[in-house]
Design a protein around this ligand. Structure first.
Ligand code: P6P
Length: 340
């Protein structure tokens, strides 16, 4: 990155587009629209403590979770921004039972669809912990000019065109992966632009942090318990001390894993045979990002990106992060797996 010169996300995506003469710029425009939605959500998140927006909205979403007002605001912001985009035929959201087709001519002739979790980790809002927006972009498989169909939203992660997240943390960042690279952009509030701050992000092959909700250990499989003991006993050896870090907000735990290395795990357990996290708008986008950055993402029985979705809100177990750490936990899972 040139010393001193700030490169905005728009300038960066234009530079990247120029490397591919056949590129139309539609994907760059869609990323810009998502970035705009992120800036609008960020403004509300930053003042959540002051404005009576924290109070539970009262409604419950398709997951049966009480919708915080910020959830609703973020969802509606993304739906409206993408509806006005010239590059999105429709969306699917954690907060909506079914996908939404945009009926206008421009949208019907767009070649992309977007899935998102508008405000992941929202239970952390009232304790001021980092939260985030997660998004996944597919090229539609339905006929152009016609409304998008459910098939557009049930594609495996290995068909993703781009995926990313916006983290509302100590700073606001947008990180996205294409099939070429993973890049991070930090919001510069004085100019209202995301500026390149983390070019060509790579996940370290090894890490020292394991991240999961240890409160669930009693429900874990034999293999998972054995792996946890391996991590906790690591401090007996000088060169392999693992630390446990868990924020309880996937975007925050994954951002740390992407930057510092480590492993994030939400496995199956006795009460959640498929784990808790959603394939299409949590696990697949994060798996696409991590694998584009040289890491690994597994369900415990195969690659996350290879799962053929059958339902929009289906869940999968996930073991994701530094390649060598994911391979290590899979050794334990395979050796001792008696799924809980
Ligand atoms: P648990 C937040 O509710 C979320 O969907 C993810 O962001 C996070 O990783 C996970 O659930 C936390 O779940 O069961 O540990 O509270």
């Amino acid at each position: 990155m040139s010393q001193g010169k700030l490169i905005t996300m728009d300038e960066f995506t234009i530079q990247e587009t120029r490397k591919f003469p056949q590129a139309t710029g539609e994907l760059s425009a869609l990323l810009r629209d998502i970035g705009l939605a992120g800036k609008i959500v960020n403004k509300q998140v930053r003042k959540a403590g002051l404005v009576d927006i924290l109070g539970a909205h009262g409604a419950t979403n398709v997951q049966g979770e009480e919708q915080m007002k910020l959830d609703v605001f973020a969802n509606e912001t993304l739906i409206n921004i993408l509806k006005n985009s010239n590059d999105c035929a429709g969306i699917a959201s954690e907060e909506n039972d079914n996908h939404v087709c945009y009926e206008d001519t421009f949208s019907a002739n767009s070649k992309y669809v977007v899935l998102f979790d508008p405000l992941d980790g929202s239970s952390n809002i009232d304790v001021n912990a980092p939260i985030g927006t997660i998004f996944a972009i597919y090229r539609r498989v339905s006929e152009m000019g016609k409304p998008c169909t459910e098939a557009d939203f049930l594609q495996p992660g290995n068909r993703l065109m781009a995926a990313g997240y916006i983290i509302y943390g100590s700073s606001t960042m947008m990180v996205y992966a294409t099939r070429i690279s993973v890049n991070g952009f930090t919001l510069e509030p004085s100019i209202g632009e995301f500026c390149l701050s983390h070019p060509n992000m790579k996940v370290p092959e090894n890490g020292k942090i394991y991240s999961l909700n240890q409160g669930n250990t009693i429900k874990y499989s034999e293999g998972m318990v054995a792996y946890l003991n391996y991590c906790m006993e690591s401090n007996k050896e000088e060169n392999r001390p693992y630390s446990h870090r868990y924020i309880g907000s996937m975007v925050a735990d994954m951002h740390r894993t992407l930057i510092k290395g480590g492993i994030f795990i939400y496995p199956a357990d006795k009460s959640n045979k498929n784990g808790k996290l959603r394939l299409q708008y949590e696990c697949n986008p994060m798996a696409f990002i991590v694998e584009a950055a040289g890491g690994k993402a597994s369900t415990g029985y195969g690659n996350v990106l290879d799962v053929q979705p059958t339902e929009l809100h289906q869940r999968v177990p996930i073991f994701i992060g530094s390649k060598n750490m994911v391979n290590k936990v899979l050794e334990y899972i395979k050796e001792k797996e008696t799924v809980a």
